[in-house]
Design a protein around this ligand. Structure first.
Ligand code: HEM
Ligand code: HEM
Length: 346
């Protein structure tokens, strides 16, 4: 066994802290506090750690505490990377630790640029995507250093082949949904379609100039927007609809993977979690629209999205561990495998 149990525990702790940071970041966007602290790396001209706590009020509370939590996660990631470098035998796991350090630095710089360039869409979307990609990397390190990963042996047979492919398809589909969600959030398209499950009372809304004009009148009459707001545009409606349609597409590999995994002891908990998270996420997505982007609900939607992404990714990695990649159809010689043999109970 290469890693130590404490190293694994530390990787789990760093992953949990990152999840808390994603919630904190989600709150910054949901409360529109991104520019409450206009400078970076200082906070109102002061060294960030010397900023007086009694001045952390309103949006500054969200933005500055996000920066403080990010610094803490940065420190944890640095310790994890160094620990892996010193104690981990597998070169690829050490490289993953190094990648995590580079990612957290890039993420911090992106966060700073977001502020300095006044929240440009491209940088804010990249910051949102890198946040969850970084979360995946940390959770994977936690998995790779776990006793399960290091003791588990590959099983073989036809059964695993579809699970490996399906779980990879599910993870990729959820990742695409993250990109669409981030685009939705940072192009302000979240309420470009204000009703659910219909869209302006239709299944697919018309995008003719007349129809878009009517939608804008409706949005102002119903108080969702005020006349001084920029009008909703067709591209915003398209982004919004793509996110909804992709939710249906995502559900197929996610539910299918769950069904296939339920009968495997090692994977059944993941299977239940996956379907549960998908249902909660779709309900939260609908509530985000119907509550006109309540801060708590919208942030919960971002957080549950991150959990769904990490769960599908970890499931795919576990399936690869069990059946190999590309998945093995033929039995693998026992001598090629690691010590403890366990059969996947079909
Ligand atoms: C490890 C480091 C970091 C992580 C994982 C992280 C994560 C996040 C997440 C998940 C969001 C929400 C994105 C969304 O809901 O679409 C966010 C927003 C934000 N973060 Fe970070 N962040 C980090 C570091 C920083 C740093 C150092 C700054 C420095 C200023 C920063 C500034 C911001 C700002 C201004 C927003 C709001 C962006 C907007 O509303 O357009 N972040 N962050
Ligand atoms: C598989 C299902 C879904 C997943 C994985 C998912 C994921 C996400 C993620 C990760 C974000 C935020 C990205 C970010 O900036 O960090 C987001 C935003 C959003 N999602 Fe979903 N979503 C799903 C389904 C839905 C559904 C069914 C709706 C219903 C309309 C919906 C409505 C929204 C809205 C309105 C936003 C933007 C909120 C804002 O503007 O602040 N989502 N989604």
């Amino acid at each position: 066994m290469t890693g130590t149990r404490n190293l694994h525990r530390f990787a789990v702790l760093t992953s949990i802290a990152t999840f808390v940071l994603i919630i904190a970041g989600g709150l910054v966007t949901s409360t529109e506090s991104g520019l409450s602290v206009p400078d970076w790396p200082n906070t109102y001209g002061r060294f960030m750690f010397a900023f007086p706590p009694d001045q952390m009020v309103g949006g500054i509370l969200y933005e500055h505490s996000h920066r403080l939590i990010a610094s803490f996660v940065g420190l944890l990631t640095l310790i994890l990377g160094i620990w892996l470098w010193r104690r981990e035998d597998r070169r690829w796991v050490r490289m993953l630790g190094l990648a995590a350090i580079l990612m957290v630095i890039a993420q911090g710089i992106l966060g700073g640029l977001t502020v300095l360039f006044l929240l440009p869409t491209a940088i804010s979307v990249s910051h949102a995507m890198l946040a969850q990609t970084f979360f995946i990397v940390l959770a994977s390190i936690a998995l790779f250093t776990s006793p399960w990963w290091q003791e588990e042996q590959q099983v073989h047979g036809e059964n695993g082949v579809p699970i490996v492919r399906l779980s990879l398809a599910a993870a990729s589909a959820v990742y695409v949904q993250l990109i669409l969600g981030a685009l939705m959030r940072h192009t302000h398209s979240g309420l470009a379609v204000p009703d659910f499950p219909f869209a302006y009372g239709q299944i697919i809304p018309s995008l003719s100039p007349d129809a878009v004009g009517r939608y804008n009148k409706y949005l102002i009459a119903s108080g969702i927007r005020i006349a001084a707001d920029d009008p909703v545009t067709s591209p915003q409606i398209i982004i919004h609809m793509l996110h909804r349609i992709w939710a249906v597409v995502v559900s197929i590999p996610v539910v299918w993977t769950s069904i296939r995994c339920v009968k495997y002891k090692q994977l059944s908990r993941f299977a239940y979690a996956l379907t549960g998270l998908l249902i909660v996420q779709i309900v939260l997505g609908a509530m985000t629209v119907l509550s006109e982007k309540s801060v708590v609900i919208t942030t919960a939607h971002v957080a549950t999205g991150a959990l769904l992404l990490v769960t599908t990714m970890l499931l795919a990695l576990r399936a690869i561990r069990l059946w190999g990649f590309p998945p093995a159809r033929a039995p693998i010689a026992v001598a090629e495998r690691e010590p403890i043999a366990r059969e996947a109970t079909a």
